[in-house]
Design a protein. Structure first.
Length: 610
């Protein structure tokens, strides 16, 4: 097939399968279906036909315009054009985009379901909302309106709200007040569900909300879980226990880290929600999209910075929150925009890290480099140019007097309490896990000397040479591991991080201990499968986590996955200290110039549906 070097074997095989469904062979269909399968494997949900007019796909014997491509594909029996009668073909053609049917179905359902919820009011009285919000928020003294207060008011206005913002802008602080507001405005107890795409993100959501509720002098008894567990994922299948025929028994669902939710899971969540339930989505629209297909939150929040609030929303915000929306945020966007709020003030970061994130996110390459050079002596930011692996290991293992390194946790390994002393053992495990969680190396790649596998092996070698760990085959005391696949029987989820440590009663036996809230749970190391050593992890796997000291490591050569959003996501995993490691500065420059682009029709569907 033409340009087959650009296509994986599986994409070519899919094209042949589609072509073989009918005796009439079509070169345009063969190419379009192969490119569509290739894009789906890279996270896109559709193929815009305009893309076929550009190299490497364009050719003399193929259609030369989008209209010609539409005509050629519409004539194929394997393609359903949505203007014609549906014969349940595997491919769908709509608005100049070609879809695999199931992704067209996901997009269509998500757009329809979200618009219905956004436009369905709860019927709350604005005056009652304001009375409660005035108890939770102090008077706004700044030039900008209090976006957190506005987000709370809008969250109880309809059956959907979206709260987006960068790290430290107070998304969970805000949603804690939404929870308190909803509890105060209903006589009957409300059934809440807190969820996130990963176990780590769910634990952080729970801890953040508990802390915020405590500041309101309210007790929090809410439990957070993963979306897989909430929906009732079935091992080794794509199906869930909860769906439209057997919905969740909830009144309010709050989902954090929504940027990580793929198209398929968002559709499953919306199918499983009862009609009367309120859905609140939290997330950073500028973070990496999900590993699987789709960029749902990015599509939904594409215009969030502009606002576009109608006169009706402006009046509601004035009445329910006592806040005036400036003219620059007013407009006539659709129903979803009226229920979307972008939080704009960052409080978590050291100022230099927040400023760096802003520069990278806005694609200012030269300004980013200048800023990094100016901040070399900063107390919070360090840039290691032309780095070697040895330089990275020195920083990661030893840290400094103030910057955490892995030495802190390895130092604790030798102080394991005597066998049988369960309280002291549990306290020691918590201490070791807490020390390890202070620092992490985040990589772009999985393989190679600058990837996860290479750096994990290099760290294990260095620690062994220094006598800080004693390896006995695969397992050793102090081995940090990340779970790579959900195991419902053992109660571990993809992304969970634990530590191999001696059993409390039988020190010769290693268990992998995981933090669950303030408690620890141990699983025999021999029972765990599908895991990886976790001194280093990919940026994708780090989403939903925070570390006191984060080391973001770029590869020495450009790779397709290295984009502006990936670097932004990596550096914003830190709470306080950041080390940026660049073997080649040109790789950083190219990444800042390369925004992530995922082909999707979801934004247009939302805009057309209003």
């Amino acid at each position: 097939m033409r340009a087959s070097g650009q296509l994986q074997p599986l994409s070519l095989a899919f094209a042949r399968f589609i072509d073989n469904l009918h005796s009439t062979s079509s070169s345009p269909l063969l190419l379009a279906s192969a490119v569509l399968a290739e894009l789906e494997s890279r996270g896109h949900s559709c193929l815009p036909l305009d893309a076929l007019l550009e190299p490497p796909w364009a050719a003399e014997d193929l259609p030369r315009s989008q209209a010609a491509w539409v005509e050629a594909l519409t004539a194929c029996p394997q393609v359903w054009s949505t203007q014609d009668e549906d014969a349940h073909q595997p491919l769908v053609l709509e608005y100049g985009r070609l879809y695999l049917r199931r992704y067209w179905r996901y997009e269509t359902h998500i757009a329809q379901a979200l618009l219905v919820r956004a436009n369905r009011p709860t019927g709350v009285a604005a005056a009652e909302v304001k009375a409660k919000l005035d108890e939770f928020f102090s008077a706004s003294a700044g030039v900008e309106p209090d976006w957190q207060k506005i987000a709370c008011a809008l969250a109880v206005r309809s059956h959907l709200s979206i709260i987006t913002g960068g790290p430290g802008t107070g998304k969970t602080y805000t949603v804690a007040r939404v929870i308190a507001l909803l509890q105060a405005m209903h006589e009957a107890p409300q059934r809440f569900a807190l969820a996130a795409p990963t176990g780590k993100a769910a634990a952080r959501l729970k801890a953040s909300i508990d802390l915020a509720m405590k500041s309101l002098e309210l007790e929090s008894t809410l439990v957070a879980t993963t979306l897989h567990k909430l929906l009732g994922a079935r091992q080794d299948t794509r199906s869930y226990t909860h769906h439209a025929g057997y919905p969740l028994e909830v009144d309010i669902v709050i989902v954090d880290e929504s940027s990580m939710i793929p198209l398929e899971m968002m559709a499953a969540l919306l199918h499983a929600l009862p009609e009367q339930a309120i859905l609140i989505l939290l997330g950073d629209k500028d973070q990496l999209a999900s590993v699987e297909s789709g960029s749902v939150l990015g599509d939904l929040c594409r215009e969030a910075e502009m606002g576009g609030y109608t006169p009706e929303t402006v009046a509601y915000v004035r009445a329910a929150a006592g806040e005036e929306l400036p003219l620059q945020y007013q407009g006539h966007q659709g129903g979803l925009a009226q229920q979307t709020v972008m939080l704009r003030q960052t409080k978590r970061f050291e100022a230099v890290i927040g400023d760096l994130a802003t520069l990278i996110n806005s694609g200012q390459r030269q300004a980013t480099l200048n800023y990094l050079r100016q901040q070399d002596a900063s107390q919070a930011l360090r840039w290691i140019q032309h780095a070697r692996v040895a330089d990275l290991l020195d920083i990661a293992l030893e840290g400094t007097a103030t910057w955490p390194g892995y030495h802190a946790y390895t130092h604790l390994l030798s102080s394991c309490p005597p066998a049988g002393d369960l309280p002291r053992h549990e306290a020691w495990v918590c201490q070791v896990l807490s020390a390890f969680e202070q620092v992490r190396i985040l990589c772009v790649l999985r393989e190679g000397p600058w990837g996860v596998s290479g750096l994990n092996a290099a760290i294990e070698k260095r620690l062994t040479e220094q006598g800080r760990i004693v390896r006995q085959g695969e397992w050793y005391c102090g081995r940090p591991v990340m779970i790579l696949r959900n195991d419902f029987a053992l109660g571990v989820a993809n992304g969970d991080v634990g530590m191999a440590l001696p059993d409390a009663h039988h020190p010769e036996v290693l268990r992998v201990y995981f933090m669950e809230g303030k408690q620890v749970r141990g699983i025999l190391a021999s029972r765990l499968r599908d895991l990886d050593t976790a001194f280093a992890m990919t940026v994708h796997k780090s989403q939903g986590s925070e570390f006191e000291h984060t080391l973001v490591v770029l590869p020495p050569e450009p790779v397709p996955v290295l984009t502006r959003e990936l670097i932004y996501t990596g550096i914003t995993r830190t709470r306080r200290y950041l080390t940026l490691v660049t073997p080649q500065v040109s790789v950083l420059e190219q990444a800042i110039d390369t925004p992530t682009r995922r082909e999707s029709g979801l934004y247009e569907r939302i805009a057309q549906g209003k």
